[in-house]
Design a protein around this ligand. Structure first.
Ligand SMILES: Nc1nc(=O)n([C@H]2C[C@H](O)[C@@H](COP(=O)(O)O)O2)cc1CO
Ligand SMILES: [Zn+2]
Length: 205
């Protein structure tokens, strides 16, 4: 009976850690000024604390001075200038944070350069959301590093996470706070009354 009581009283639809960290990566991606692909990353230590976040952007003080083009002469495209989200999450990590053993949540499968950085920084896991540029050759280049350099027991695990759904709704500033608070109070009252009734009924048996 206490199980029923607990089920009624406890919140079950809370955000689990992995979804929260990926949601932070998704939110970070929205800061990107890249018109075509926005990538976000969230670095989490072994105590489940966020130590850094990043998104793909131009190097410091260069925003607005470098091109976001995808095509054209090499120097006129973004590719040679842009700092990837993974790199930014690592360099943005708080000064006293140890990134060794961290897990990186990233919205896009890392490129070869970032895979090197991830290994050198000592990360233990990469959880990614999508791999829109998937190709056997790309997978080979990124995964070749952990597999070829470090043997089959790769120091970095690549895990895909595609099933989560997180809804973030900002309250409308025009919502009447009194009506909202009233509805909330009524719901809390209703829930506690039902819980007490169920508890009382079950304990009387
Ligand atoms: N893992 C990644 N992290 C990233 O931050 N990026 C960035 C670099 C570019 O700014 C953008 C890719 O541009 P596009 O080729 O889809 O228009 O995403 C790209 C990848 C994919 O390897
Ligand atoms: Zn990269």
């Amino acid at each position: 009976m206490s199980v029923v009581f607990l089920l009624l009283c406890n919140r079950t639809d809370f955000l689990v850690d992995t979804d929260y960290f990926m949601a932070v990566a998704v939110l970070s991606a929205q800061r990107s000024k890249d018109p075509n692909t926005q990538v976000g990353a969230c670095l989490v230590n072994q105590d489940n604390k966020i130590v850094g976040t990043g998104h793909n952007c131009m190097p410091n003080d260069c925003e607005g001075k470098l091109p976001w083009n995808r095509e054209g002469a090499k120097l006129d495209t973004k590719y040679i200038y842009v700092c990837h989200a993974e790199l930014n999450a690592i360099v943005n990590a708080s000064a006293n944070a140890d990134v060794k053993g961290c897990t990186m949540y990233v919205t896009l499968f890392p490129c070869n350069e970032c895979a090197k950085l991830i290994i050198q920084a000592g990360l233990k896991e990469v959880v990614y959301l999508c791999d829109k540029y998937h190709s056997p050759q790309k997978i080979e280049t990124t995964l070749a590093l952990p597999v070829k350099c470090c043997g089959v027991f790769s120091p970095v695990q690549f895990i895909v996470n595609v099933n989560s759904k997180v809804f973030i709704v900002f309250h409308n500033v025009n919502t009447d706070p009194w009506i909202e608070t009233g509805v909330k109070c009524f719901l809390v009252f209703l829930k506690s009354t039902i819980s007490s009734l169920v508890f009382a009924t079950l304990s009387c048996r």
